[in-house]
Design a protein around this ligand. Structure first.
Ligand SMILES: O=C(O)[C@H](O)[C@@H](O)[C@H](O)[C@H](O)COP(=O)(O)O
Length: 234
């Protein structure tokens, strides 16, 4: 079941989503010592993170962690860790403890056990997870028919290693670490943040019939464990 919040502009979407994120995190901090906030990379969430970074939340009690990562070193232009450091972990949010996915292993598959061990220490279930979606129907780094996708959709672990088929969407960085489906639904709230008509059309296609493998976002849309809220603007 997808709760849809449709906005006339990205500005209106960002204002509403910022407010909703703050409310969820604030509420979590009232109930527990530590909250956990799982964040995707990509271009869509950048303005949201920039807004949230300025908000006076009790960030030192909010564990920020990645939804997925390209298997590149921090500092690399395509590193989600660097993207989150630059866009979210600034100003007030600079106090937040951060957990990335990239470690010293040669490959994501070799780094999986250490990543899993670290992620198991996060406050669970995650209080809020921000997901994006590509026009190919991927979310996190669950890419269509990727190597490791079947495992990522069935494992009980929080994390999975994926090798995507190279496409315009993946670019050359096809080796990924990602939350598994179990990791994604190990959240109290899921936000799906997409903009533009192309992605809305892709979402509508994903809501139709068809194999999860072709559009992995379908696994998130078809589960009924965690509420998913769509935030969309043109
Ligand atoms: O590592 C990544 O790129 C993201 O985690 C990925 O899953 C992203 O959410 C989608 O690709 C949408 O990205 P855009 O918002 O840039 O379209």
């Amino acid at each position: 079941m997808l709760d849809e919040k449709i906005f006339d502009s990205r500005e209106a979407l960002l204002a509403a989503l910022q407010e909703d994120c703050v409310a969820v995190l604030d509420e979590a901090l009232k109930e527990r010592d530590q909250a956990s906030f799982l964040v995707s990379g990509g271009s869509s969430p950048a303005p949201l993170y920039q807004r949230l970074s300025q908000i006076a939340l009790d960030w030192k009690r909010i564990q920020v962690a990645l939804v997925d990562e390209r298997w590149v070193e921090p500092g690399h232009a395509k590193s989600n860790e660097t993207f989150v450091q630059k866009n979210l972990l600034q100003h007030a949010a600079g106090q937040a403890p951060f957990l990335g996915m990239k470690n010293s292993a040669e490959t994501a598959a070799e780094g999986l056990a250490a990543c899993e061990q670290a992620y198991q220490k996060l406050a669970q279930p995650f209080d809020l997870t921000i997901l994006g979606m590509g026009p190919d129907g991927h979310t996190a780094s669950l890419f269509p028919n990727a190597e490791g996708l079947e495992e990522a959709l069935t494992t009980d672990s929080l994390c999975s290693a994926i090798t995507a088929h190279q496409s315009e969407v993946t670019g050359e960085y096809t080796e990924r670490m990602t939350l598994s489906l179990a990791g994604i639904v190990n959240s109290c709230r899921l936000v799906l943040l997409i903009t533009g008509d192309e992605k809305l059309q892709a979402l509508r296609a994903a809501q139709g019939e068809g194999p999860v493998g072709d559009m992995p976002i379908r696994a998130v849309l078809r589960q009924n464990k965690v509420p998913v809220t769509l935030y969309w603007a043109p």
